[in-house]
Design a protein around this ligand. Structure first.
Ligand code: SAH
Length: 355
């Protein structure tokens, strides 16, 4: 396969002709089949805490949003979700939260050890920007993977939507390098259609996925949340229409397909944000355009409603058994199979083998 270059990436991003895009979808689907196969792995998403010390301009969990009731799950509650995850055939638990320093290093390490020893699931963390010592401690405790989206490769735009903690700079790219050095399967991604994000920025994002040699890449449309600066039009101004990236399903699918072409061995989820834009069809749209992972939400109902990073996220079925049964039907309906085992990233396996 020819290596797709920067100008080709931008060209595809700007492409609006459905017939020509069909070629992109076919290429992405063929690479997906050849490189990671027909299995779709299920990751159980557990939103462990909605406390957050940060004030990201896009996210409903931001500290300044006093309109939400905050919660933090206990070890036992999380372990119960992990047991359910196994019963439902998930090989991985993804623990996500706001940037909650109340989730102490030791507390998280003990939780990881318990999941790994009592339940034997792969553990993915998505807890925000934490210190190198903490990341190291959690890796030693048995964490396998870490997700930290860089959100946009445009540093100026990132600075405007993601204020740093006082006295520090928010350097997510540096943290991604640390994670990789610590031996984590390393995941990142971006939001699509942030006000002020250009086609050229988005092409840079896709290039950066390749340059960082990521093991997992999650992308999804930006969805405005009314309790945030970006949702109230107080963030960066949108660019002129021909330059501004739209936050729609088509654009998200283009990015997903291009991501599969530049990172053929990566695990790529068909994200919740895509399903939120197109309920009942968004997951499939991603799966036939490069994605090979689905993350059913197993957060208990009362908490899930309070983990609203964007509106509509918590909608849909609250019963995990039904949610997973429905996903299985949808996966097999596409002629694909539900993956067994941990579903480690083929890119990580290649790296680990020194190839
Ligand atoms: N605190 C963790 C987890 C955040 S939620 C962290 O910062 O890494 C996970 C992802 O949801 C974020 O990385 C972001 O890409 C996405 N997200 C947040 N707000 C969003 C919004 N309004 N629309 C779409 N995606 C959003």
């Amino acid at each position: 396969m020819n290596r797709i270059d920067r100008s080709e990436i931008e060209h595809w991003l700007r492409e609006a002709d459905g017939r020509r895009l069909h070629e992109l979808w076919q290429r992405a689907d063929a690479v997906r089949r050849e490189c990671v196969g027909d299995e779709v792995h299920l990751r159980a998403l557990v939103e462990a805490s909605n406390y957050c010390g940060r004030d990201c301009g896009y996210c409903g969990l931001r500290a300044a949003n006093t309109g939400i009731e905050r919660y933090r799950m206990t070890h036992d509650e999380i372990l119960e979700c992990a047991r359910l995850a196994v019963e439902l055939g998930c090989g991985t638990i993804v623990l996500q939260s706001g940037e909650d320093l109340g989730l102490g290093a030791k507390w998280v390490a003990e939780l990881i050890s318990r999941i790994r020893s009592e339940i034997q699931l792969a553990v993915t963390l998505s807890l925000g920007e934490r210190s190198e010592q903490e990341l190291e401690q959690w890796r030693e405790a048995g964490a396998d993977r870490y997700l930290l989206r860089f959100e946009t490769s445009n540093r100026t735009l990132f600075g405007r939507i993601h204020p740093p903690r006082t006295g520090r700079t928010a350097d997510r790219i540096a943290i991604l390098r640390t994670l990789r050095a610590l031996g984590y399967e390393t995941g990142s991604g971006v939001m699509i259609g942030i006000p002020g994000q250009s086609w050229s920025d988005l092409a840079d994002d896709v290039e950066l996925f390749r340059n960082l040699d990521l093991d997992m890449i999650g992308v999804g449309p930006f969805i405005p949340h009314p309790q945030t600066p970006l949702g109230r039009g107080r963030g960066p101004k949108p660019l002129p229409p021909e330059e501004q990236v739209p936050n729609d399903e088509l654009t998200a699918c283009k990015v997903m397909a291009l991501t599969r072409l530049v990172c053929p061995l990566a695990n790529i989820p068909s994200t919740t944000a895509l399903e939120t834009l197109n309920p009942g069809g968004g997951r499939e749209a991603g799966l036939v355009r490069g994605a090979n992972i689905i993350m059913p939400n197993l957060t208990p109902g009362p908490y899930r409603q309070r983990y609203e990073i964007y509106p509509g996220k918590a909608c849909g079925c609250l019963d995990p058994v039904q949610t997973v049964a429905d996903l299985r039907r949808r996966i097999t309906g596409l002629g694909r199979s539900v993956g067994r085992g941990r579903g480690d990233s083929a890119n990580y396996r290649r790296r680990a083998a020194g190839r």
